[in-house]
Design a binder for this molecule. Structure first.
Ligand code: NAD
Length: 480
């Protein structure tokens, strides 16, 4: 531990966070020796506990933001169970050292990559999918043989309290502990010299986390957000595009990191696209504001701060001349904003500058595709890119031209559910990946190992006689 780290650790030595950290640091060494079977046994315990508390999980999400039970099942419980099942199928293989072929200069040696636990890890999670985004990374941390301190969000207190009690049922605090609380708890944790920090949240806080990690040179995985665009070109199946965009946008009341933030649509599809989206919203949530309010399948905004922020985006857009295609109504007391579609937007409107994270869908019409690509690429790199098109060449072009963390063609959001794909952002939308093998790698150090067998590298050692010099020249020329 260097001087700066030692000073920090002393400053915070008397906090619960520092005590937990010290206990986990002492325990982490024993986990380095654990086998796949031992790690999977813990994950099996976690699985059983989550299954046993299904109803409690649904109840907590309902209490915090009226999240419908089927949505809790699909977007909170299923991803965790899937992550555990996936680890069960593959962990033994993931943990096995990988043999690599020797390069020409390393003939006569054996190379391998060994996967080691990073050590003591910190998982800070957001409120929008509280169980999924806390337990998902935890599965990877355990699979990779780490200890973990979890800091769930203070904005969903019922969910956070349940997370703490579920963790207590399965783990000793030396291995996994939960620190509930406000931002000050996260700040005290971030002052400690963790080996790895896995953060899910906004780009603004992501930057704070990375600065704190830099102090201790902790590695980081940052799962952030941003404005994820959808493009609908003139060849697209409009009904399918409308169905999948409406689902991706309004699930969880738009409070999804990979929700389509705004849609860019070919100008020629203006009328049919708006008609299809409006019809889909009405079919899903009801034809009147009252019906939508009473619909149990429509979640609520998490708190009044976020309600006011989203209402502010809507007011600013309409004041600048946006047209309401559908929705626009709201009720502060219930933190309800109707599923809303807007068009004729000024690109200077705030809604086109910041991540919406609520049930507002701006639709922008483009004349030519280059214009759409330039508009998207003028914003920070998004977490997701959605392309609705039947034109394979054009789809390929768009995938190549627009940088994004992940992407879907003719669908929204489902890239999150694919266990064999990495999930992560790029720059402003994130650093590193999670899920399955990629989650295991995020929580592992890949240690390179070379085993000497009969290599001739020692022929290049000094003293540099004429013969050795000639050999070095030959090596540089022929084995490079
Ligand atoms: P947030 O960044 O405000 O908070 C996330 C966590 O950080 C919380 O636990 C909070 O207590 C903590 N935190 C807040 N301020 C902090 C500070 N100054 N110092 C240290 N810790 C602090 O995010 P949120 O509002 O909970 O979630 C919404 C954001 O998360 C959106 O931007 C969304 O796109 C993103 N998100 C990303 C993913 C992903 O997988 N990439 C998933 C869900 C949400």
């Amino acid at each position: 531990m260097n001087q700066a780290v030692a000073a920090d650790a002393v400053d915070h030595a008397d906090t619960r966070e520092a005590h937990l950290f010290a206990r986990q640091q002492a325990f982490a060494h024993s986990l380095r020796h654990t086998t796949a079977a031992q790690r999977l046994a813990k994950l099996e315990q976690l699985r059983k506990t989550i299954e046993a508390h299904r109803a409690d999980i649904q109840q907590a999400a309902l209490a915090d933001f009226s999240k419908p039970a089927p949505e809790v099942e699909l977007s909170e419980i299923f991803p965790i169970l899937h992550e555990i099942a996936h680890a069960k199928r593959h962990l033994k293989k993931w943990m096995k050292p990988t043999r690599v072929f020797p390069t020409a200069a390393m003939m006569g040696t054996q190379g391998q990559i060994r996967y080691e636990p990073r050590g003591v890890t910190l998982i800070i999670s957001p409120w929008n999918y509280p169980f999924n985004l806390t337990f998902g990374p935890l599965v990877s941390a355990i699979a990779a043989g780490n200890t973990a301190i979890l800091k769930p969000s203070e904005m969903t207190p019922h969910c956070s309290a349940l997370i703490a009690s579920l963790v207590k049922e399965v783990f000793q605090e030396e291995e996994v502990a939960v620190c509930e609380g406000e931002v000050d708890v996260a700040q005290r944790l971030l002052a400690l010299p963790f080996d790895h920090i896995f953060f899910t949240g906004s780009p603004q806080v992501g930057s704070i986390v990375m600065q704190a990690a830099a102090k201790h040179l902790a590695s980081v995985t940052l799962e952030l957000g941003g404005k994820s665009p959808a493009i609908v070109d003139d060849s697209a199946n409009i009904e399918k595009a409308a169905r999948n965009i409406v689902w991706g946008k309004f699930t969880n009341n738009g409070q999804t990191c990979i929700a389509p933030d705004y849609v860019m649509v070919d100008q020629r599809l203006r009328e049919p696209f708006l008609k299809a989206v409006k019809a889909r919203i009405e079919k899903t949530f009801g034809t009147t504001e009252q019906a939508q309010k009473e619909n149990p399948d429509y979640c609520r905004i998490v708190n009044s701060n976020h309600f006011n922020r989203i209402q502010g985006l809507l007011d600013d857009a309409t004041e600048r001349g946006a047209t309401l295609v559908t929705g626009g109504g709201s009720e502060a007391e219930q933190r309800f904003i109707a599923p809303t579609v807007l068009t004729d937007l000024s690109m200077e409107a705030k809604i086109m500058e910041e991540e919406i994270f609520g049930p507002l869908l701006p639709v922008i019409f483009y004349q030519d595709l280059d214009q759409a690509v330039n508009t998207i690429n003028a914003l920070p790199k998004p977490l997701a890119l959605y392309i609705y098109s039947k034109d394979k060449a054009r789809t390929e072009q768009l995938l190549t031209r627009i940088p994004a963390g992940g992407s879907c063609v003719n669908h929204s959001v489902v890239q999150f559910l694919h266990g064999n794909l990495p999930f992560g952002g790029i720059n402003n939308s994130g650093i590193g990946n999670s899920h399955g093998y990629y989650g295991f790698r995020a929580f592992s150090h890949e240690k390179a190992n070379v085993r000497e067998r009969f290599s001739i590298t020692h022929w290049l050692f000094p003293p540099y006689t004429g013969f050795v010099r000639a050999l070095i020249r030959l090596t540089s020329r022929f084995f490079s």
